[in-house]
Design a protein around this ligand. Structure first.
Ligand code: PMP
Length: 348
């Protein structure tokens, strides 16, 4: 080992789902939306000549549009490069104490990576045997709380009253609610941000808005929270939001009809597919997201994952304690789900 390596900030990085290069793949492994973005987005050309200029560092067009959509002041909105960037900024800004931050043992697996990277101590209370969060685990003293609602990879959503109870018990720290999947059936905590100035609600354009490739995420909260986050962000990188993301993101919000229509299609496909596979002996957790977390009584998840992969159908398998016999299946188009269903019938 070279001497300089002793000073390297070493981390075990987050591993995102595979992005296969082959063609003709049914891709149900990274919770992307199977439908394209709104036609308004596709029609909105970005003048390439303008790319020689820096983008608006404040991303005003996008921030104003998000604020208007949710009925907030623009000073209550923070935007970033996907919600990953927004969440990382929030961890960096708000989790700066020697006490443990809290998030469930089974949740989005980037949380512990950021905590490790930033040297934030953390504790992961176990979900109960039905994969539900136990509120009492979050009543103790801590350095901050992070809850994905709906949770991932379980897909389970908890009601607003449940989140409010956790926030009520944690008014001395910042509580982050990650609502990456909320549009597919969860109840948003947004109505609480006027009452609790320590509550940060994080959203993304990657799932329900079909724009994972552009990388747009945002956070909403009290003006104080947003100001603190912005101060950290502008001390790190002024120009995180690129020009096409600002313009096309703002455009997406102007087409609510298309947004609601595609979300409804995904939800309908999810419920149909769930019923079908329950008939094949799968246990399916209740999902309020664009994916299902499934397990079979007789065939191992790993075996199904490998067989599906051979047939060019990609789903997500996590080789982790408690969930290593589950598969996370993103909801694709009806045709894609029919193809997967046929394969599952054969395997079963
Ligand atoms: N939160 C959760 C719970 C997620 O599953 C994801 C998707 N990997 C993200 C945040 C990040 O999504 P993005 O950076 O594309 O907004």
């Amino acid at each position: 080992m070279s001497a300089w390596e002793a000073n390297v900030r070493r981390v075990e990085p987050y591993v995102p789902g595979e992005q296969p290069k082959e063609k003709n793949i049914i891709k149900l492994n990274t919770n992307e939306n199977p439908y394209p973005p709104s036609p308004r987005v596709l029609a909105k050309a970005v003048e390439l000549e303008k790319l020689r200029l820096y983008p608006d560092d404040k991303a005003t067009l996008l921030v104003d549009e998000i604020a208007g959509y949710h009925g907030l002041k623009n000073s209550q909105v923070f935007v970033g490069v996907g919600s990953d960037d927004v969440l990382a900024m929030a961890f960096m800004t708000f989790f700066n104490s020697s006490k443990n931050i809290l998030f469930p043992d089974i949740t989005y697996s980037f949380y512990d990576v950021w905590a490790e990277l930033l040297g934030i101590p953390y504790e992961r209370p176990e979900l109960d045997e039905t994969f539900n969060i136990k509120a009492e685990d979050y009543y103790k003293e801590n350095g901050g709380v992070v809850i994905a609602n709906p949770n991932a990879p379980t897909g389970i959503a908890r009601p607003l009253s449940f989140i409010e109870d956790i926030v009520k018990h944690n008014q001395d720290v910042v509580v982050i609610v990650d609502e990456a999947y909320v549009d597919f059936g969860g109840e948003s905590s947004l109505p609480l941000i006027d009452t609790y100035d320590n509550l940060l609600v994080v959203r993304t354009f990657s799932k329900s808005r079909s724009m994972a490739g552009l990388r747009i995420g945002y956070a909403m909260g009290s003006e104080k929270l947003i100001k603190y986050m912005s101060d950290v962000k502008f001390s790190y990188n002024s120009y995180t939001m690129n020009m096409p993301s600002i313009i096309l993101g703002a455009e997406s919000l102007k087409d609510d009809e298309y947004f609601k229509e595609t979300v409804a299609k995904v939800v309908a496909t999810r419920e149909w597919f769930k019923q079908e596979i329950e008939g094949l002996g799968f246990k399916v957790l209740p999902s309020s997201t664009n994916f299902l977390f499934i397990t079979h009584e007789k065939i191992s998840a790993k075996e199904i994952f490998e067989k599906a992969r051979e047939e060019k159908i990609f789903v997500r398998y996590f080789n982790k304690p408690r969930i290593d016999n589950y598969l996370r299946v993103t909801i694709g188009t009806d045709d894609e789900m029919k193809a997967f269903l046929e394969l599952l019938k054969k395997i079963v």
